[in-house]
Design a protein. Structure first.
Length: 412
């Protein structure tokens, strides 16, 4: 991100902090709680945003070398993603061409050859059918026509995108816009190293999970003992890129940064810079780490969603993290919410994941579960998105545009 942009965002956050007032969208919206429980909406979302929409599945560091692979099954098609022997990112339907069982079940790893566990047909990392067991008994098969079914796959700015349909249109520049793609490219998402992951499976609609990442109004309330120890709260910078956005909020280091000359300001050390890639991606850059959250509905239940959280590190921070001994790792987890300790030490893998347990899983998503229960009762009425919640406004406006729904009514 260019320096002038960083300075202008940081100045706006400082202005809000000094004024004691959050961003002001100038309008409040009425939000019918039914949007989180409606089964017809959920079915339309699944078709439109998941089964037939480009999906960001990870970062380049998830496939660190030739023959690395990932498997996933989050949006209606079992996927095996690989970096082939030539280093190219590829994606296939994870189904053997014999009887369609999964050729690989491990979540990630490295293999030159995927051997189907059912009858041992084998495939290369570029999807070719290499060998058929007992081929003379089985009868002739034209191997050149029976490779794994390939899906559109594009690696751009260090992000991995797949289209779940073999004939799907996957134009990442058109999807994200050139300005956003350029900005993402400038950050270095292509250089970070995969560290760890966790899955949060909870009883809240996928949009409520997204909403968790949509305002700073709650930081010093719900998170006063967790994230609120690190982030100031009640300050928000939002920049929209079509349906996507960047969302920035200050941590305590912004007070030190303001004492430095502006040319030395570095946004990643005084804020988290969050990118929301519509519809279901939240990605946070904090300098040493990147946290990726991919949020998926349960196709059969609008009241459940699955969030996959992956943590990545710069190569240097990763080396420091894996060099920590057990005592240092344990201490880092205890110190997760001690700002001074965190500011002077390289991040640990365990502490980086811990934030998503204590703050997101045990605080934010618990609120989401309560909201879900109320929404499903049919008696929750309308929620309100306040003037200080512009990020929520943008996500829901994008959502309603995409779904062909009218915008929410404003509170008069
Ligand atoms: Fe929160």
């Amino acid at each position: 991100m260019d320096q002038q942009k960083q300075i202008s965002i940081l100045k706006e956050l400082l202005r809000q902090i000094d004024a004691g007032a959050n961003a002001d969208a100038g309008v409040q919206y009425k939000v019918p709680s039914s949007i989180y429980a409606d089964r017809e909406l959920a079915a339309q979302e699944w078709e439109q945003f998941y089964k037939n929409h480009p999906q960001m599945i990870g970062l380049s560091g998830d496939l660190p070398e030739p023959n690395s692979f990932l498997t996933l099954n989050d949006f209606g098609v079992p996927i095996i993603a690989t970096r082939d022997k030539d280093g190219r990112f590829r994606a296939f339907v994870n189904a053997c061409r014999h009887r369609a069982t999964r050729v690989e079940s491990a979540p990630r790893g490295k293999r030159k050859l995927f051997v189907c566990p059912f009858h041992a047909w084998s495939y290369s990392s570029s999807g070719e059918l290499v060998a058929i067991a007992d081929e003379s008994d089985f009868g002739p098969v034209d191997k050149s026509c029976r490779g794994l079914i390939e899906l559109p796959a594009v690696e751009a700015a260090g992000l991995l995108f797949v289209h779940p349909q073999p004939d799907g249109d996957l134009d990442v520049e058109a999807l994200l816009s050139k300005p956003l793609l350029n900005e993402l490219s400038s950050i270095g998402f292509d250089t970070v190293v995969y560290g760890a992951e966790k899955t949060i499976d909870k009883n809240l609609n996928w949009k409520l999970a997204n909403d968790t990442f949509g305002e700073t109004y709650h930081f010093q309330k719900l998170h006063k003992d967790t994230l609120g120890q690190l982030f100031i709260g009640n300050n928000t910078h939002l920049e929209e890129f079509g349906r996507h956005h960047r969302f920035t909020t200050a941590n305590l280091a912004i007070h030190e940064m303001r004492k430095l000359p502006e040319e030395d300001w570095q946004i990643q050390f005084a804020t988290f810079v969050g990118y929301h890639l519509f519809p279901n991606i939240q990605m946070f850059w904090t300098g040493d780490t990147v946290s990726l959250v991919r949020i998926y509905p349960d196709v059969d239940n609008p009241g459940r969603s699955i969030s996959h959280v992956s943590i990545y590190f710069t190569p240097e921070a990763y080396q420091n993290a894996i060099a920590m001994d057990d005592d240092a790792r344990e201490q880092a987890v205890k110190d997760t919410y001690k700002f001074e300790e965190g500011a002077t030490r390289s991040p640990s893998i365990e502490a980086s994941l811990e934030v998503f347990t204590s703050t997101i899983e045990y605080e934010d998503y618990v609120m989401g579960e309560y909201q879900q229960q109320a929404a499903e009762s049919g008696l929750a009425g309308e929620a309100i998105f306040g003037r200080n919640e512009p990020v929520l406004h943008h996500f829901h406006r994008s959502y309603r545009d995409a779904m062909g729904l009218p915008h929410f009514e404003t509170v008069e």
